[in-house]
Design a protein around this ligand. Sequence first.
Ligand code: TYD
Length: 222
Amino acid sequence: MPRGLFITLEGLDGSGKTTQIKRLAAWMSRRGLPVAQTRQPGGTGLGDHIRAILLDSRSTDVAPMAEMALMFADRAQAIAEVIRPALDAGTMVLCDRFTDSTEAYQGGGRQLGSEVVLELHRLICGNLQPDLTLLLLPGFEVSLARARRRNDRVEQQTGASEGRFEQEQDDFYHRVWQKYREIAARDTGRVVLIEGDLTIDDVHEQIVEAVAERLVLFDQKA
Ligand code: TYD
């Protein structure tokens, strides 16, 4: 049985990944493809605990290295429990954020650099690489404003604050943004950059085009 395709979605908070991942999953299911959807941090029992610690705005003074180690602990669990078994069973895996997020947020935003992230990825994740990464970078101001609004809404509705990252200053997000662009320029074979203020339908169309191309290659290999 051929291994499933591993597709990741990346971008700033508020870039519209969640909407797009749902639409892509529906598009793939309509074509009869087995699809599993997951997200990081989270997606497993252990991962949900780690997510709660990492995103809670009451978690203060988290050392950048500790933050990165927790992201990788979450990822190691997700790979073992969800991602590898699904891919081995021939299922397509759609993952909302993966190691590019760690490189962008901890490597760029927290200024730990790319090298340590890539080295940990080799050691902890067996260097598992997505077949395709869809990087959504709409306008910087637009995504940040959207993320902050969403966080306020969630907090009002549920009382849960998942806003530790949204509270960061704009210069932190500029560094995240810059690192994402570096990743896209470096890994051109894997990363498809979708940028600018496009409509939800336009972004979906570009995503479907990139995925359809990979599916042709996948069918040829099978
Ligand atoms: P989430 O609510 O999933 O954000 P979004 O819906 O915008 O993707 O929160 C995930 C947050 O965690 C987000 O601010 C990015 C951050 N993050 C890292 O800093 N490093 C990582 O490795 C990952 C996976 C996420």
